[in-house]
Design a protein around this ligand. Structure first.
Ligand code: 5GP
Ligand code: 5GP
Length: 227
């Protein structure tokens, strides 16, 4: 009886914390995808194709980042929960296709995935263990076909210039939600489409309108480089 009572109290406390939104330690996720052409064609990074070969000319995952409504975010939340590739062995082939690393030196992605899990993933570990975290990101990638949304609006990676407003509208029409666009600069200093941010609720299941947008500026026109 005493044991049941304690279990019930624990359950009620957890429910109250969940309703107050304080149990998970974050408010929502940014789901961030990168255009490989802009990672490679930039003045900031040099890029190296993965050991498994040149990735597809498509948006790929950068990360799924727990965030606070005030714009700040937690990071490196649990040094004891290090990346363990054996927990995601069934996801590796999909990870290589959808979450390649373009950083140098060439790798098959493990160091990028490990960085993302340890910096960001550990901050939502109360909700998503390693397998669920990577699976959630892969599912979101399948649900949001950014390249298709852009192509449907005539926006293609041909090195041409496109307006920020048209890019955002196209992604909104395709996904149902307004994205945030991050630009970087190509080697000649032109603004180009680098990353697309969409927001996901704190359960990791549903896209939502972003409670807050990151900082940073794009020009009103930007290049969409080939890859
Ligand atoms: P974050 O922005 O998630 O905190 O850090 C990204 C880190 O992952 C950087 O240290 C970067 O060097 C590394 N990284 C490895 N591969 C990639 C990649 O393909 N794209 C990006 N954006 N970063 C990568
Ligand atoms: P607005 O409030 O008119 O949407 O945007 C205000 C400022 O933010 C403008 O300078 C506009 O160019 C910029 N902006 C709007 N949307 C985005 C976006 O998705 N990414 C970036 N980097 N800037 C944006």
């Amino acid at each position: 009886m005493k044991f049941k009572c304690i279990a019930l109290i624990n359950f009620l406390v957890l429910q109250c914390l969940a309703i107050l939104g304080v149990s998970k330690g974050f408010d929502f996720f940014y789901f961030v995808q990168q255009w490989p052409g802009s990672y490679c064609d930039s003045d900031k990074f040099s890029c190296c194709y993965p050991t498994t070969g040149k990735p597809a000319a498509d948006f790929s995952i950068h990360g799924l980042w727990p965030n606070y409504r005030n714009g700040s975010y937690p990071q490196n939340c649990d040094p004891n929960n290090t990346f363990n590739e054996s927990e995601i062995s069934d996801l590796i082939s999909s990870m290589r296709r959808n979450w390649p690393s373009l950083a140098c030196p060439s790798s098959s992605g493990e160091s990028f995935w490990s960085h993302e899990w340890e910096k960001h993933g550990t901050c939502s570990e109360s909700l998503l263990d390693q397998h669920s975290y990577f699976q959630t990101a892969l599912t979101l990638r399948q649900q949001t076909n950014i390249l298709q949304s852009l192509k449907s609006a005539g926006i293609i990676p041909d090195g041409g210039s496109y307006s920020l407003a048209n890019i955002k509208n196209a992604i909104k029409n395709g996904t149902g939600y307004t994205p945030w666009i991050e630009c970087n600069e190509d080697s000649s200093g032109n603004s180009q489409l680098y990353q697309v941010y969409l927001c996901v609720d704190s359960s990791g299941s549903n896209l939502i309108e972003c409670p807050v947008f990151p900082e940073g500026k794009c020009g009103s026109e930007m290049e969409f480089p080939t890859f």
